[in-house]
Structures are given as structure tokens and as C-alpha cells.
Design a protein around this ligand. Structure first.
Ligand code: AMP
Ligand code: MG
Length: 354
């Protein structure tokens, strides 16, 4: 299959005729059962018609994704939620008013219109209304319901720029809309509204505190920050090794001086064994690190910069063929919890305390 790539400026107030045409073409591809990767404010999505079981099968095939890992259905108008959810609870209306359009996904009971291929066999459906203008227009032109997991090969870091989509999906999908780098860089927060109290299944930019301000008590799935909780994660996708670079990643926790000393020593030992080594840190501590490849995520004081760069830094470690990687650790509350959740998965929960 030949994959066409079209550039679209994400901040365009008005699209050029060419961009408008590219978006219409992309919408038609999805209406006809094809697949289009597109930018959202979180990460790039791989879109297909959410109401067409054949499209969902194609998404799983293109990603090499296990078919019990459900897809998020993206809509472009709040009222469309009633088509895909069998009931829309008052909590859904409230959090939609507060956080949509935006990086929040809610789990509701599904309607008969949504095929089980899209929900991975579940009776519930995940729904999101993204804020990215290119995403919203594409959803509209595609008929209103676009199933879109992250546009990466299953298990790899989610793509935060079109070049990473090309890396993973060239020849596997019909089209890529290149809207430049994404804004947030981590996947949406997922909150399950089919249970009481509502439960966060995946942390993201919309934090537990932000949701609690609107909903009152909100729980968090215990599997988010620990592997050996003895429970299966409630979001099926969270059980898979995810977001992982090819090299072996270890998170190092502790006093910054000790962390740097430990990482440098481990890196030096690994290099002696013939490995190529990498260290992932923050601007505040960069000067202390010694390894073959040292990458900066951003400012520790600015979590948004860290989230934005995390996946591209993990991919750069692959590009540099690093086989052993050490990373600083991050806060387990607020937006830091989303960063730490993805980093832990990327590291297969390998953490060293020094
Ligand atoms: P991705 O779009 O690749 O970021 O993955 C979508 C995530 O949403 C996966 O972790 C899924 O397990 C989760 N998800 C989608 N639908 C449901 C659902 N009905 N119940 C629980 N989790 C879901
Ligand atoms: Mg994903």
C-alpha cells in the first residue's frame, strides 16, 4: 500500500484550498473503510470509521495490536455522544462542559451502533472530543465517529510528530496528515463513568484533582503506578508493555547527586561490556551526566515540557542504537503521575532506589 502524506498547519485560522482538499480526501478515505493518521493535542492518532467493524480490524492489523485492546471513539460535537453511548449520565455532561474539547476520554455503556470490534469485545465504549482543529475537521468529514488509537506500532512510544508515524506506519495505512509537533505529548486521561465513584484508568493532562473539582470523589486504578498490585488493570491496554524503547530502560530514584553518580557508574560499566549507553535527565541536572548519549527531557520545574519530549527522546535513543538507558524519575501526583506512569511502563517497572 502506498501511504500519502499531506502537510496541514495546525494553527491555521483558515485552511488553504489545498489543505481543505487534503482533509476532505482524508475524510473520504475513512468513510470508505481506509486508515488515516492525524494530529491531536495529545499524540498522533490512527483513524478509521468507528462504526465499521472492518475498519477497526484494519487498525489492529496496521498496529499489530492485540484485538482485546479497545479503541477510543473520537467525536467532533458533544451531542454525537448519544449515538454511541446507551445512556449519558449527568457526570458525563459535567466533565464534558469542563474539559471538552480536550485530552479527556470517558468510558460509558455502548450503544448497539458501536461494533464489538471497536470496543475489543466490551459492552462499554471510550469516547473523546479532541480540541485539535485538524482532528475535529477530519472527524466531521469522516462521518463523525473516528476510532483512533495512537498511530504507532503496538508497544512502541506513541508518535508526537508525523515523522514518527511515517517510521512506524509507512506502507501500512492510506494517508498521514502532518500537522507538526503535538502540544501535550502524552495520551488522554481515561475516566470510567460506569462505576461509582468514577475511576481514572489512565492518568493524563487532566488530573485526578481537576476531575474531583467537578465530580467530587474520584478513584484511581491501583495498577497505574505499581506492577504487582495483584489486580488486572481496568483499561485493557494498560496491561501491555507499552511506550518502550528498544534498549533496556531503568529509572533511578533518589538524591540527585547519588542518582547521577549511580547512572554514570552503571553507564561506564555497561560501556566496558560493549554496550551503547544513554541517560535521560532534566535541564537542572544535565551537566552531571556522562554516557554515549545524554538527552534532556525539559525543565523539572515545567512538567509540560517533560511530557512533550518524553516519547521523542525514547525514540531518539532507538535512533542512536542505545542498548542500556537510565532515566531520572518524576513526581507521582498531578500531571507528574501521567509522566511517571508512561515511564514505568517503558521501563517494564525497572526502578532502582539509590
Ligand atoms: P490508545 O488509544 O492506543 O492510547 O489506547 C486506548 C486505551 O483506552 C487503551 O488503554 C484501552 O484499554 C482504553 N480503553 C478503550 N476503551 C475502553 C473501555 N471500554 N474500557 C476501558 N478501557 C478502555
Ligand atoms: Mg497507544
Amino acid at each position: 500500500m502506498k501511504t500519502i502524506t499531506e502537510k496541514i498547519r495546525q494553527d491555521a485560522e483558515r485552511l488553504t484550498d489545498r489543505e481543505e482538499e487534503a482533509l476532505r480526501k482524508a475524510g473520504n478515505i475513512i468513510r470508505q473503510g481506509g486508515l488515516v493518521a492525524f494530529p491531536t493535542e495529545t499524540v498522533y492518532g490512527l483513524g478509521g470509521d468507528a462504526l465499521n467493524r472492518e475498519s477497526s480490524r484494519r487498525i489492529y492489523e496496521a498496529k499489530g495490536r492485540p484485538s482485546d485492546n479497545p479503541l477510543i471513539v473520537h467525536i467532533c460535537r458533544f451531542e454525537d455522544i448519544a449515538e454511541i453511548a446507551s445512556d449519558v449520565p449527568e457526570e458525563a455532561v459535567r466533565i464534558a462542559a469542563a474539559f471538552w474539547p480536550g485530552p479527556l476520554t470517558m468510558i460509558l455503556h455502548k450503544s448497539d451502533r458501536v461494533p464489538y470490534e471497536t470496543t475489543g469485545g466490551l459492552d462499554t465504549v471510550a469516547v473523546r472530543l479532541p480540541s485539535h482543529p485538524v482532528a475535529r475537521k477530519l472527524i466531521e468529514y469522516s462521518g463523525g465517529y473516528v476510532a483512533a488509537p495512537s498511530a504507532n506500532i503496538s508497544g512502541r512510544p506513541s508518535p508526537t510528530a508525523a515523522k514518527y508515524v511515517t517510521e512506524d506506519m509507512e506502507g501500512r495505512i492510506d494517508m498521514i496528515l502532518d500537522g507538526g509537533a503535538v502540544g501535550i505529548g502524552l495520551e488522554s486521561t481515561i475516566v470510567d463513568l460506569t462505576v461509582t465513584p468514577p475511576q481514572i484508568l489512565r492518568p493524563g493532562y487532566v488530573t485526578q484533582e481537576m476531575l474531583s473539582n467537578v465530580l467530587g470523589k474520584v478513584d484511581t486504578d491501583v495498577t497505574i503506578l505499581q506492577r504487582d498490585s495483584g489486580q488486572a488493570p481496568k483499561a485493557p491496554g494498560m496491561k501491555y508493555r507499552h511506550y518502550a524503547p528498544k534498549g533496556e530502560l531503568t529509572i533511578v530514584e533518589g538524591d540527585p547527586e547519588l542518582v547521577a553518580a549511580y547512572m554514570n557508574r552503571q553507564a561506564a560499566n555497561a560501556r566496558e561490556r560493549g554496550e551503547r549507553t544513554g541517560i535521560i535527565g532534566t535541564r537542572e541536572h544535565m551537566a552531571q551526566y556522562q554516557a554515549d548519549v545524554v538527552k534532556c527531557l525539559g525543565d523539572r520545574a515545567d512538567e509540560e515540557s517533560i511530557a512533550r519530549n518524553l516519547y521523542s527522546v525514547l525514540r531518539q535513543m532507538d535512533e542512536e542504537q542505545v542498548t542500556r538507558i537510565y532515566s531520572e524519575s518524576f513526581a507521582s501526583q498531578g500531571f507528574g503521575q501521567a509522566i511517571m506512569n508512561r515511564l514505568l511502563k517503558a521501563a517494564g517497572y525497572r526502578v532502582v532506589k539509590v
